[in-house]
Design a protein around this ligand. Structure first.
Ligand SMILES: Nc1nc2c(c(=O)[nH]1)N=C([C@H](O)[C@H](O)COP(=O)(O)OP(=O)(O)OP(=O)(O)O)CN2
Ligand code: ZN
Length: 127
């Protein structure tokens, strides 16, 4: 696919990671200013020259605000609230709820808990 675009979203949430060694700081209750970036791609553009109108991603913004913002991720997710699991969870929701309504295809969801770290999920596609 020749064209790619990205859009970032943010929310604040708490989490407490299970299964870590005794004394690991991330086993304690703490929070992050999460940054979520979605990357979309398309071979061709739709008028007036978009992969997807950034405004058409508003439902994803609403989903993040309603489901995750100022919430405890351990309660909002069925898997351990790591960046990797959150990226996969968000990609699944995007593919089910946003992608059918837009011309672009989801390439990746990137989750950053801090400015220095990220995890990215790239959905496998049936060929
Ligand atoms: N692969 C992953 N490793 C870690 C995750 C994760 O989701 N995936 N998460 C955490 C914790 O949530 C932690 O709060 C963030 O980790 P870390 O980058 O170590 O936090 P700091 O910003 O404090 O890092 P410093 O560079 O040491 O300041 C841990 N690991
Ligand atoms: Zn954390």
């Amino acid at each position: 696919m020749g064209h790619t675009i990205g859009k970032s979203f943010t929310f604040e949430a708490s989490h407490q990671l299970p299964g870590l060694p005794e004394g690991h700081k991330c086993g304690r209750l703490h929070g992050h200013n999460y940054s979520i970036e979605v990357t979309l791609a398309a071979d061709g553009l739709v008028e007036p020259g978009f992969v997807t109108d950034f405004g058409d991603l508003a439902p994803f913004k609403s989903y993040l605000e309603e489901t995750f913002d100022h919430r405890h991720l351990n309660d909002a997710m069925v898997t351990a609230p790591t960046s990797e699991n959150l990226a996969e969870c968000l990609a699944g929701w995007f593919i089910s709820n946003v992608e059918p309504e837009i011309p672009g295809t989801l390439v990746a969801v990137r989750v950053s808990e801090t400015p220095s770290s990220w995890a990215e999920y790239r959905p496998g596609r049936e060929s």
